[in-house]
Design a protein around this ligand. Structure first.
Ligand code: NAP
Ligand code: MG
Length: 516
């Protein structure tokens, strides 16, 4: 694939209006390897105008759901055909291990486009409501969307934002994170290759301050779907209020993995590791707080620490690497800072707690998977999202104590419960105030099932029918079947004699009816 990337605006690959570019960095080496058009406010405006025009005048919103579905399936096929190159690009741009990029990212992108194709194909654009004797009633759906995505799962997030939006007949402008724009630009290009009409999918790389703010504040845009930090989420809501845009927000998390004392220890230790260390903990739903029932905590922790020390940290493109680099130098420094805060708060570093040295890749941003013991729920390392490979472990006494601690958070995105007794686990899961709880597993995100947060983890849901409906505007159309021949509306004074029907249309316009 090219080492120079352009924006996708109005069906064309385009340089930024300013002609400026920026470098994309490979976190495995710390070196630049590609240049990207550096979009600014003017490019954002051009893209919003292209999307508006494609929505107001283009064929896409008028097509049948099944016709749009065919185009989405074509995108899925093209992603499959380009799987190797896309996975390699994600590994280089975002530090995803090549195993994860091939095994998880591409699969998720393909299934996201397929699932929303399926939903679009069976969805009625017009759903009749129950018929009244005097009227027929319909619901119609219509809706220009903006998607803003974070750097942790760039290609998956692009699919999560593009597929449901266009499946529902909208047009979109996507702004990928500045650290990781490349695979999103490639998905935009593949959408053009799949024959999706011009202006339906636009991608503008560039900063949140320039491109993001312009898009979210734009009067041409109807809806914003944002994934990122809670702090920026607050700003998105503020900007969206300018023209009362609908916004859905997928924000931060500090999810709890609760281990009950009846658990199969061997299985749960692996599961807890997967819950927190998958992609270096740079996962919004990561199980970064491990709550373990007191009788088994010592044994659990000893085994967990031993296995964590076996995780191989290395360059993303090396198939032997279990963990790649942290995505950016800034994020590496954030992780280091938080481990320092934990030490100052009195936590014990049971393993990790320092940068990893990877021979031949000294400029890369590597950190050792880290476990902090002797942590209390009130500490900053137990309350704030670190977004790195750092697990805090806290013992609990009984289920009520576990639930109280799991809920002791401003966030409510996800979590896990580990137990040999499903009934017991479900009872705990039901009391955890988060959008998703996995029992005896973790990270089982599926484009068919709703995903999103309670509390400061967000508003609205992505995926499935519920996610699809976030992209539809609902309109009720009521057709009066009585016509002018029926009795006068009872609201009005009946002492006035009924007038003659006008002979020519437009001779006299009947007044509005009072609201029911
Ligand atoms: P971020 O700093 O909030 O940035 C997210 C996106 O917003 C980026 O594209 C960023 O652009 C853009 N942005 C920044 N300021 C903006 C503004 N004023 N107006 C409009 N857009 C703006 O988050 P991040 O550091 O990339 O990602 C990590 C965060 O995302 C974590 O908190 C994580 O939990 C969350 N996350 C949540 C989910 C979920 O589904 N709930 C999934 C993944 C990640 P720049 O790149 O140019 O700054
Ligand atoms: Mg990069």
């Amino acid at each position: 694939m090219a080492d120079r990337y352009q924006l996708v605006i109005g069906g064309q690959l385009a340089d930024a209006a300013s002609g400026e570019t920026f470098d994309s960095i490979d976190p495995s080496t710390g070196k630049a390897f590609a240049t990207v058009g550096k979009g600014g406010a003017e490019d954002a405006r051009r893209a919003a105008e292209a999307a508006r025009k494609a929505f107001d005048q283009g064929p896409w919103p008028k097509m049948k759901g099944r016709e749009r579905a065919a185009a989405l399936l074509k995108v899925a096929d093209l992603v499959k055909q380009n799987a190797g190159a896309l996975a390699e690009l994600e590994a280089k741009d975002a530090g995803h291990t090549i195993r994860m990029a091939k095994g998880a990212d591409i699969g998720m992108v393909v299934s996201t486009f397929r699932v929303f194709a399926e939903i679009a194909a069976k969805e009625n654009d017009e759903e009749p409501l129950a018929r009244n004797p005097g009227s027929m009633n319909y619901v119609r759906y219509e809706g220009v969307c903006v998607g803003i995505t974070p750097w942790n799962f760039p290609i998956q997030m692009a699919a999560w934002k593009i597929a449901p939006a266009i499946a529902a007949g909208n047009t979109v402008v996507i702004k990928p994170a500045t650290y990781t724009p490349l695979t999103t630009l490639e998905i935009g290009r593949l959408c053009l290759e799949a024959g999706i009409p011009e202006g339906v999918v636009n991608v503008v790389a560039g900063s949140g301050a320039a491109v993001g703010e312009e898009l979210v504040g734009s009067p041409l845009v109807d809806k914003v779907a944002f994934t990122g930090s809670t702090e920026v989420g607050r700003r998105i809501m503020e900007l969206a209020s300018s023209n009362i845009k609908k916004c859905t927000l997928e924000l931060g998390g500090k999810s709890a993995s609760v281990v009950l004392d009846d658990v199969d220890l061997d299985y749960a230790v692996d599961g807890a590791m997967w819950g927190v260390f998958f992609h270096n903990g740079q996962v919004c739903s990561a199980g970064t707080r491990l709550l373990v029932q007191r009788p088994i905590v010592d044994e659990f922790l000893a085994e967990l620490t031993k296995r964590t020390e076996g995780i191989r940290v290395g360059p993303a493109l090396d198939p032997a690497s279990d963990e790649g680099p942290i995505e950016s130098k800034t994020q590496l420094e954030t992780v280091e800072r938080y481990v320092g805060i934990g030490r100052d708060e009195g936590a014990d570093v049971l393993t990790g707690g320092e940068r990893a040295v990877v021979e031949g890749h000294e400029g890369g941003f590597y950190y050792r998977p880290t476990i902090l013991g002797n942590v209390k729920s009130s500490m900053r390392v137990a309350q704030e999202e670190i977004f790195g490979p750092v697990l805090v472990v806290i013992p609990f006494e009984d289920e009520a104590d576990a639930v109280a601690m799991a809920n002791d958070s401003i966030y409510g995105l996800a979590g896990g419960v580990w137990s040999s007794d499903n009934g017991r686990a479900v009872k705990v899961a039901e009391q955890i105030r988060t959008g998703t709880v996995w029992i005896n597993d973790y990270h089982m995100i599926n484009p068919r099932y709703p995903f999103g947060g309670y509390k400061q983890s967000g508003i609205g849901r992505e995926h499935g029918e519920m996610g699809f409906n976030e992209y539809r505007q609902v309109k009720h159309i009521h057709v009066d079947l009585g016509g002018p021949s029926r009795a006068r509306h009872p609201w009005w004074d009946l002492t006035v004699p009924k007038r003659e029907q006008p002979s020519a249309p437009g001779a006299e316009t009947p007044g509005p009816k009072a609201p029911g």
